[in-house]
Design a protein around this ligand. Structure first.
Ligand SMILES: *[C@@H]1O[C@H](CO)[C@@H](O)[C@H](O)[C@H]1NC(C)=O
Ligand SMILES: *[C@@H]1O[C@H](CO)[C@@H](O)[C@H](O)[C@H]1NC(C)=O
Ligand SMILES: *[C@@H]1O[C@H](CO)[C@@H](O)[C@H](O)[C@H]1NC(C)=O
Ligand SMILES: [Zn+2]
Length: 866
């Protein structure tokens, strides 16, 4: 053995524990690694074996700039001291030299096992023998073997030269073997492989080894000590920073490298652009693209593909396609990956024609039969509803993977063919594809979207039995589906179950569940969700904050809405609109106007929603000319074109102040066809001001637009009766003819965390209750028309009266009474609620389809106009 040689340089020995490293399963790892390896030319495959070792690329991670002048592998002379000259007389070759040649010969003929047999049988193995054997494994990506051999080599006292050590570092990088890597690093320093010009490749490989092992700090140390750096050095360091998400540092290094005179190459730019694109920071990626083009480096297919793919993954499909077009204009041919991404963009935008065009393109460049393009095509056709085409492509994909199956199941499920989707769902395991959680979620979501909640819940219950662990998305689907189908309480129940199952709600959970609580009977639940956001540290971004403001406002808690708004740091136009809508809903027009001025001070430009609210607010405070001014100048001042909502608001403003004729003329002259909202504004004001003629006119127009709405029909026929009698009857009562509205009207109330439902007509002893309350109803007749659909004399009490009565007798005094009604409040109940609020000192909130009535001390926030 060669112990003597080892003893000459005892410090170079590796620590003993390194001899038995904890190798991971080589199979999976190598497979993975090889697929990551860029295909590159195998230098020297048929050349003299030893030259092959010498000429092998010293380091070719994807970071190597191929067109760089810094890696002249071919021209590199073999100049190590222990050089073997192949031209040397063969007669004198010792046995081990011949054996080394044999190793290389077997290796280049693809007989790795034979090469290894020769190697194992050698009695004397010098550096060249080790190099030949190690390189044979390295070029095949068998890095675990490389590492094992490297360790035996060092144990036998043979020290690697610059080239071999570079290869071993490469293997350490791929296998992420930090222990061996850093031990070899100290050895390299001792033997002086670091520092000189020719050592740059060694330094680079050490750098990459640390980067790949996630040791950015040590990589930085190596980088800073390197006196000479080439493009590969800079690239590796930039890659390292990007990999550790140190974006600022990466860009600083880019700047440094240019200052030190190394111009970034296409790989440098691609590293930066693709990492920014992958992290979703596409605006910076685009900025870098611009810089890249300015510096004279042409973006290549990798650059463009990473941008297209980044946009697709950030759900910015239109920009992905723009990018794709830009690439074509720049004359860069897309590869299969680019086309697959572009097709996915078409899928998300449901652009069938562009998608089919790309399909043709994929056929032309022959990348259609691979599973990647196939999957994106299936997805595209399925999302565009072309299930036949999707199915054909699906059938043609030779080796369907889980993504192919999932896309097809999703295609059927989303198009409403749950049966077909379920058929595939059941069949896929027979084809050897194990269903994953996405498959299950897709199927559950398909059922729930199509209203088959029962099947959805059944699958949700059984999935864990099949060994598929539910993820947050599984829960989110049930919650969002329940909210969508109107089962708010069930949504909350699932939400609580989710937390007791130790599943953390995420951003999507919160966003899905908030709208369920945007109603009066859910005030305490909104607070629960709010607390949950804090508890789980969920990012309170604009979307969630705005949803919360909205939910607080609609649940009757204006103070809660204001608190969220005040603490919300990144307010945008939507946040302002939310808080403005909240105050409008709660009948605080002056606050609406305050916020309107405040937002302008914050340089937020009002949009059409803001302006609608502002005109309404001016109407509520009776500032007609100011409101009209906003209406007339919105185009000029805010670049907002008047739409139907603004016309409805101005009609309401004019109508409230009694300018009915002007309101009517505004409708007559408007350039758009008025819709229901506009006519309803006129109808309301005509009724409030007792103008039967205009009321009848508005109601007739409404019945033309919505001929099948029984409510409108009822109002029209009632008004016709009225018009026959008198035009300015101060108070007329119309009885319900034919009881068309049975069961349409109901209301709900929450008392002690229970929600009760009432229907009009449930007059169980209600008269008694109301009488017990000792309220006598005064005659309310100050020039208003009473056009109710149903009068109490006919069918008993309106449900809100029952609800109020129940709440008064059964809920704690300090709580406000909250009721949601499906039909508009009638004057009687409105007055009744005002009286109760005064006599019992209770706040009563009643939401009807028109307005939120907040009764306090005998007054209502709607100021009797609704
Ligand atoms: C006004 O809005 C239109 C479309 O909404 C937009 O194209 C235009 O650039 C805007 N003009 C100004 C001056 O902002
Ligand atoms: C009337 O049109 C406006 C503006 O497009 C819209 O917001 C509103 O919902 C429409 N009303 C109805 C009842 O469809
Ligand atoms: C009706 O109007 C009179 C005077 O116009 C007023 O005193 C009375 O309070 C009003 N009644 C109601 C119920 O508003
Ligand atoms: Zn009211």
């Amino acid at each position: 053995m060669q112990k003597t040689q080892a003893c000459q340089e005892p410090l170079l020995l590796l620590p003993m524990e390194l001899v038995l490293p904890p190798f991971l399963s080589p199979l999976t790892k190598c497979h993975q690694l090889r697929s990551q390896l860029p295909s590159r030319p195998r230098h020297g495959r048929h050349q003299e074996p030893i030259m092959a070792v010498a000429q092998a690329p010293p380091f070719t991670l994807s970071l190597q700039e191929t067109r760089s002048a810094h890696v002249p592998h071919r021209a590199r002379p073999f100049q190590e001291p222990r050089t073997y000259q192949p031209s040397y007389s063969a007669r004198r070759e010792p046995r081990f030299v011949l054996e080394t040649k044999l190793i290389s010969f077997h290796n280049s003929a693809g007989r790795l096992d034979d090469a290894r047999k020769v190697f194992d049988g050698m009695s004397h193995r010098d550096l060249l023998a080790w190099s030949a054997m190690i390189s044979a494994y390295a070029t095949r990506g068998m890095f675990d073997e490389v590492l094992a051999l490297a360790m035996s080599m060092v144990r036998e006292g043979v020290l690697p030269d610059r080239f071999l050590i570079t290869r071993i570092f490469q293997a350490c990088a791929y296998a992420e073997d930090l222990e061996l890597g850093s031990a070899l690093h100290s050895m390299a320093i001792r033997v002086g492989f670091m520092g000189r010009v020719k050592d740059v490749p060694v330094g680079n490989s050490v750098l990459v080894m640390y980067v790949k092992c996630g040791e950015l700090g040590r990589a930085r140390g190596v980088f800073e000590k390197m006196r000479r750096r080439d493009l590969g050095t800079w690239n590796s360091m930039i890659f390292g920073c990007c990999r550790s998400c140190k974006w600022e540092e990466a860009r600083r290094i880019l700047k440094d490298m240019r200052q030190e005179g190394t111009e970034p190459g296409v790989v440098t730019w691609n590293t930066l652009i693709s990492s920014y694109a992958r992290s979703g920071d596409l605006d910076v990626a685009l900025e870098l693209l611009e810089q890249m083009e300015e510096s004279g480096v042409e973006p290549d297919v990798v650059t463009w593909t990473s941008l297209v793919s980044g946009f697709v993954h950030s759900d910015r499909g239109d920009e992905a396609l723009q990018c794709f077009i830009q690439m074509r204009l720049a004359g860069v041919e897309p590869n299969g990956m680019t086309i697959a991404c572009a097709i996915s963009a078409c899928a998300s935008l449901k652009l069938l024609s562009q998608g089919s065009e790309l399909h043709c393109h994929a056929i032309k460049i022959g990348s259609v039969n691979n599973v990647l393009s196939g999957n994106s095509l299936v997805d595209m056709y399925a999302k565009c509803g072309e299930l036949v085409a999707a199915c054909r492509i699906f059938n043609e994909i030779p080796e369907k993977d889980i993504f192919s199956w999932n896309s097809m199941v999703a295609g059927y499920a989303q198009a409403g063919y749950c049966g077909k989707a379920y058929g595939l769902f059941c069949k896929m395991e027979d084809y050897g594809i194990r269903r994953n959680v996405i498959t299950w979620n897709t199927m559950i979501s398909g059922y729930i979207r199509n209203g088959d909640d029962e099947r959805a819940f059944e699958l949700f219950q059984t999935m864990e039995g099949y060994g598929i662990k539910r993820d947050t998305a599984s829960w989110n689907i049930l919650i969002a589906g329940s909210v969508h189908n109107g089962y708010f309480d069930r949504a909350l129940r699932i939400f609580r179950q989710m937390q007791s199952a130790q599943m953390k709600p995420d951003y999507i959970t919160i966003l899905s569940i908030i709208p369920a609580f945007a109603n009066l009977v859910a005030a305490w639940k909104v607070r629960e969700i709010h607390a949950c956001i804090f508890h789980h540290n969920i990012e309170m971004d604009g979307k969630i904050a705005n949803a919360l403001i909205n939910a607080y406002a609609k649940s009757g808690d204006l103070a809660g809405a204001c608190a969220v708004f005040d603490r919300h740091s990144s307010r945008n136009i939507i946040s302002w609109n939310c808080i403005i809508a909240a105050h409008l809903l709660h009948g605080s027009p002056n606050k609406v106007l305050d916020y309107f001025f405040k937002m302008k001070q914050h340089f937020v430009l009002p949009d059409h929603t803001t302006l609608t609210a502002v005109i309404k607010a001016y109407g509520m405070v009776g500032m007609v000319s100011e409101g009209r001014e906003v209406f007339l100048s919105m185009d000029k001042l805010y670049n907002v074109t008047q739409d139907l909502d603004h016309f409805a608001a101005i009609v309401e403003l004019l109508g409230r102040s009694g300018r009915l004729q002007e309101a009517y003329e505004t409708i007559e002259r408007m350039p758009l066809t008025p819709n229901l909202t506009v006519w309803e504004a006129l109808l309301t004001s005509a009724i409030m001001h007792g103008n039967v003629r205009l009321a009848q006119l508005a109601a007739t127009e409404m019945s033309v637009i919505e001929p099948n709405d029984p409510r409108i029909q009822m109002v029209v026929s009632n008004l016709q009766d009225l018009a026959g009698k008198s035009f300015d009857a101060p108070k007329v009562t119309v009885h319900n003819k034919g009881r068309m509205l049975d069961g349409v009207e109901d209301c709900s109330i929450e008392i002690k965390n229970m929600v009760y439902f009432f229907s009009t007509g449930d007059n169980v002893a209600s008269e008694l209750i109301v009488t017990e309350l000792g309220l006598s109803m005064p005659d309310t007749g100050n020039g208003t028309l009473e056009v109710e659909e149903e009068m109490e004399e006919a069918v008993g009490f309106h449900c809100e009266k029952l609800a109020i009565a129940l709440a008064i007798s059964d809920s704690p005094h300090f709580r406000s009474i909250r009721i949601i009604k499906t039909a508009r409040m009638c004057n009687h109940c409105h007055t009744f609620a005002k009286l109760v609020s005064e006599k019992y000192g209770r706040q009563i909130l009643i939401k009807d389809p028109r307005c939120l009535h907040k009764f306090e001390n005998g007054n209502c926030s709607c100021e009797d106009y609704w």
